[in-house]
Design a binder for this molecule. Structure first.
Ligand code: UGA
Length: 445
């Protein structure tokens, strides 16, 4: 099938590439000329495992093109996806200006009947607004062309985006017209072998499903962070508690890892936006508000542990101390630092007068872009280089390569022989046996 995709961010680029991979003929449209030119030359603006070779192969095979020409994209497609960003507004609600701008563009250039698919995460009721914007632009041209607006939320995770997209666990299609559903079923047929993954529903339910999924996952994380904080006070170990509850299939093993707080471009924004929608419709979202509050507090927790350690000794808090910081991305396998817990930690360290020596396997360029040059920040080329002259180590992102360091080397390198483990990736006993002090999240130490 012929597909046009508006937006070459995470969702648009991954979706477009995976659709091309299974044989569809895809044109990706973006307003950013430099990005489009780069993509045409195989330069991928994001780090996402497996994406680059797939983009190059499909582009070379002629199934994946990039353009800034919206009219050409719309003329090409039998289906057009809206996959542009929905950043938070000042009040936390999702800003729809980019989504609606694409809708108007579609209305201005539509020449044939079309299924318009909303893939961006958008508040309940957005499909109606998209429909109205397209209809208005068509009416201004005096045209009457039939079109459908379908909600088809994306559930991919950064770092696993290609795998999630190629092997989805469900394909949610929210539509009011069975013909539009049939078009999407045909489009997704290559991803829907062996068992039917398509969940059909009405448009508003599909829109809410996306938020409900992310809010539920964020709730699990905040819940565990809360229990971790209780464990810390009562002298229990959250890691043992986690093992104790995860084996109950009603609770499950996934998304019950306490840590430095959830970050990224989705959970913080989506929990806020859903809370905002709830309030707008007259419902006070007590639980969602609490999920967000717990997470905000958790992002400061690692620094609180550090402060507690240094306030106890003869030191003047962290002033003049140097911290090796391992991991800057909001999670492993991405270079994304949006709402990353590392950002709060660094700001707190700097406010306290400390120096940070940072290393991340992928996010160094992003960190340079965000922080620029400053005296209290040293960019390092490796995890061990970050330890040079450091007093303490703070692990903020659980990259695999940080999991089993040479503890002897850590002890020799770190002036104060102390490790702050923001993701509970080490066994406290092992670190303590090497002569280092250990602090984790919810571990009573
Ligand atoms: C999330 C969802 O997992 C996807 O299903 C969804 O499609 C996506 O948002 C989206 O809406 O586009 P993502 O933000 O890429 O995906 O990352 P996650 O793997 O969900 O991690 C989010 C944050 O939660 C990270 O900061 C991670 O460190 C944290 N986390 C995750 C925990 O602190 N504990 C856990 O047990 C799991």
């Amino acid at each position: 099938m012929r597909v046009a995709i508006f937006g070459t961010g995470y969702v648009g680029l991954v979706t477009g590439t995976c659709l091309a991979e299974v044989g569809h003929d895809v044109v990706c449209v973006d307003i950013d000329q430099a990005k489009v030119d780069g993509l045409g030359r195989g330069i991928i603006p994001i780090y996402e495992p497996g994406l680059e070779p797939m983009v190059k192969a499909n582009h070379a095979a002629g199934r994946l093109a990039f353009t800034t020409d919206a009219a050409a994209g719309i003329a090409h497609g039998q289906v057009v996806f809206i996959a542009v960003g929905t950043p938070p507004d000042e009040d936390g609600s999702a800003d729809l200006q980019y989504v609606l701008a694409v809708a108007r563009t579609i209305g201005r250039h539509l020449t044939q009947p079309m299924v318009v698919v909303n893939k961006s995460t958008v508040p309940v009721g957005t499909a109606d607004k998209v429909r109205a914007a397209i209809a208005e632009a068509l009416a201004a041209r005096g045209e009457e062309i039939t079109f459908d607006v379908v909600s088809n939320p994306e559930f991919l995770k950064e770092g696993d985006a290609v795998a999630d997209c190629m092997r989805p666990d469900r394909i949610v299609i929210g539509a009011s017209n069975p013909e539009a559903v049939a078009v999407l079923r045909r489009l997704y047929a290559p991803f829907n072998r062996n068992r039917d993954r398509v969940v059909e529903m009405d448009v508003r339910s599909a829109e809410l499903t996306k938020y409900a999924a992310n809010a539920m996952l964020a709730t699990k994380i905040s819940f565990m962070n809360e229990i971790a904080n209780i464990a810390e006070r009562v002298g229990a170990d959250i890691e043992q508690v986690r093992q104790g509850i995860g084996s109950d299939p009603r609770i499950g093993w996934h998304f019950i890892y306490p840590g430095a707080g959830y970050g990224g471009s989705c959970f913080p924004k989506d929990v806020q936006a859903l809370a905002r929608t709830a309030s707008q419709y007259g419902h006070q979202p007590h639980l969602l508000d609490a999920v967000e509050a717990v997470n905000n507090a958790q992002k400061g927790h690692l620094f609180a542990l550090i402060q507690r350690h240094y306030d106890r000794g003869e030191d003047e808090g962290v002033r003049g101390k140097t911290f090796a910081v391992w991991g800057l991305a909001f999670k492993p396998n991405t270079d994304d630092m949006r709402a990353a817990p590392s950002r709060r930690l660094l700001e707190q360290l700097w406010e306290g007068g400390a120096i940070a020596r940072v290393y991340d396997p992928e996010a160094m360029n992003e960190a340079r872009r965000i922080f620029g040059e400053r005296e209290d920040l040293v960019f390092c080329d490796s995890a061990y280089e970050a330890l040079d002259g450091a007093d303490a180590l703070v692990v903020v992102t659980e990259w695999k390569q940080f999991r089993s360091p040479d503890f002897e080397r850590l002890r020799k390198a770190l002036g104060d022989a102390v490790v702050f483990d923001g993701r509970n990736i080490y066994e406290p006993q092992e670190i303590e046996a090497a002569g280092l002090a250990y602090y984790g999240i919810g571990r009573g130490r």
